[in-house]
Design a protein around this ligand. Structure first.
Ligand code: B1M
Length: 215
C-alpha cells in the first residue's frame, strides 16, 4: 500500500498538482506511513524527475516553482510529525543554518533544520541567500557549535568556501565547526574547502552534527 502512495506523490509533483501532493501526504500520514519515508520515497524522487526534465529543457522555470510549492505544502504537514517522533530531552548543540549567498533553494536546507531540531539541536535558520558577513556576525552573536551551509547550485557552492575563509579571518576558524551539503556538494569539495563535515542528506547531517559536537 505504501508503494502506491509513494508513486502517487511522485506523480503529483511531476504533473505539477500541489493540492494533490498535499492531499496524498495527508492520507499517507493518516494511513500510518512514516513521514521520513514519505519524503525519501515519494517526494524526493518526484523533485529529482522535475529537476531532470528541467535540465533537458522539457520543463521550464514555472514547472520547478509549482513542484517546489507542492513539496513545501507537503513539508508543512510532515515537519510537525517529524518533530513529534523525536521528542528531544537534552540540548545536543547549537547550529546556525542557511543557504549561501546567491542561492534561494530552501527545501533541503529546511529539511536538514527540521531533522536537527528533532534530534535535540537548537537551530537558528537564517533562511536563503544569506550573505557571508551575516553568517560571521550571527556566529559571533550566537556562539554556535556548528554552522551549516547549504548550496544547490554549482555557481553558489563557492560561497561555502567564502564563509569558511571569512570565519577564519574573523578569528573563529577553530571555535566553530562548519558542515556543508546540497545536491552539487561532494565529500571531495568539502575537504578541498576545509569544511569539518559533509552530509549527503538530512539524516546524514544529524549523524555528522552529532559527531562534530562529540555526541
Ligand atoms: Co532550482 N536548480 N534553480 N529551483 N531546482 C536545481 C538545483 C537544478 C539541479 C535543476 C536542474 O537543472 N537539473 C539546477 C542546478 C544546476 C547546477 O547548478 N548544477 C537548478 C537551477 C539551474 C535553478 C535556477 C538557476 C533556474 C533558473 O532561474 N534558470 C534557479 C536559481 C535560483 C537561485 O537560487 N538563485 C532555480 C530556482 C529554483 C526554484 C526557485 C524554482 C525552486 C526552489 C524553490 C524553493 O526551494 N523554495 C527550484 C527547485 C525546486 C529545484 C529542484 C527541482 C529541486 C530542489 C529540491 O528542493 N530538492 C532541483 C533539482 C534537484 O535537486 N533534483 C533544482 C528536494 C530537497 C529535499 O533536496 O535540496 O538536494 P535537496 O536537499 C537534500 C540534500 O542535498 C541535502 O539534504 C537534503 C535532504 O535530503 N542537503 C544538505 C541540502 N542542504 C544540506 C546542508 C547540509 C547537509 C545536507 O549541511 C549543512
Amino acid at each position: 500500500m505504501s508503494q502506491e502512495f509513494f508513486a502517487k506523490l511522485t506523480q503529483s509533483l511531476i504533473e505539477g498538482d500541489p493540492d494533490a501532493t498535499s492531499e496524498i501526504t495527508q492520507t499517507a500520514l493518516a494511513a500510518g506511513i512514516e513521514p521520513m519515508e514519505i519524503i525519501k520515497q515519494g517526494l524526493i524522487p518526484g523533485m529529482n524527475v522535475v529537476g531532470e526534465k528541467f535540465s533537458t529543457g522539457e520543463y521550464f522555470l514555472p514547472d520547478l516553482i509549482i513542484a517546489a510549492d507542492g513539496m513545501q505544502k507537503a513539508m508543512v504537514l510532515l515537519e510537525p510529525e517529524l518533530l513529534k517522533r523525536h521528542q528531544a530531552i537534552e540540548s545536543t548543540g547549537i547550529v546556525i543554518l542557511g543557504t549561501v549567498k546567491g542561492d534561494i533553494h530552501e527545501i533541503g536546507k529546511s529539511l536538514v533544520g527540521t531533522m536537527l531540531s528533532a534530534n535535540g539541536f537548537k537551530v537558528f535558520d537564517l533562511g536563503v541567500d544569506v550573505a557571508t558577513d551575516t553568517f560571521v556576525s550571527k556566529a559571533r552573536e550566537l556562539k554556535p557549535d556548528i554552522i551549516g551551509l547549504s548550496a544547490l547550485l554549482t555557481t553558489t557552492m563557492v560561497n561555502q568556501r567564502e564563509v569558511i575563509k571569512a570565519l577564519a579571518s574573523a578569528g573563529m576558524g577553530d571555535k566553530v565547526k562548519v558542515m556543508v551539503g546540497g545536491a552539487p556538494v561532494t565529500r571531495g569539495w568539502a575537504e578541498e574547502i576545509g569544511a569539518d563535515g559533509y552530509a549527503e542528506d538530512a539524516m546524514g547531517a544529524v549523524q555528522i552534527a552529532r559527531q562534530l559536537v562529540g555526541k
